[in-house]
Design a protein around this ligand. Sequence first.
Ligand SMILES: [Zn+2]
Length: 192
Amino acid sequence: MSRAVALREFVIPFIGLKLGETSFKFHIEDKFFTYFEGSELITGSNVEVEMVLDKRTTMIVLTFYVQGTIKATCDRCLNEMDQELLDEFTVFVKFSQDADGMDEEEDVIFLPTNETHLDVGHLVYEFVNLSIPLQKGCKPEEIGGPGCNKVVLEKLGYFAEGKEGDGENENDDDNNNDEDIDQRWSALKKLK
Ligand SMILES: [Zn+2]
């Protein structure tokens, strides 16, 4: 499939839309990223992007809702995991007679007044990329838990200080408790 055909769904003929909100949904998989130059290798992507196009009399407001997962490597334990993506972006599209001559402000796109179509492919690409966290990791509540690979963490020295600290003491406490209980049982048995 050629790039133009593959990305055809992202070309929105907004001129034919009535005023108000129209919703578009795009399903993004790995192949999508390969159509953009300089893209990082992204694998295992399963991302839904909903774009709400709000057509107003003087401009268009685009809101992108990014939600899904990509495969990533946890920064802490190097575990292969699904990194959740969840983000929201807004772009204003304004019309100007002299679109080429205008500076592009942040979050504002200028189109010539006679433009009828809007290609949002690159915006979707950018926003999916922006929704990927810089630090990728197993979920915070799972640090050292089932989400992080404990074997790897141990090899990396993650628990090195724990030998005289929390980790080992907890085990010691558990053992002590077991022993305490055993001793109490013995004591009870002696009473019989
Ligand atoms: Zn991890």
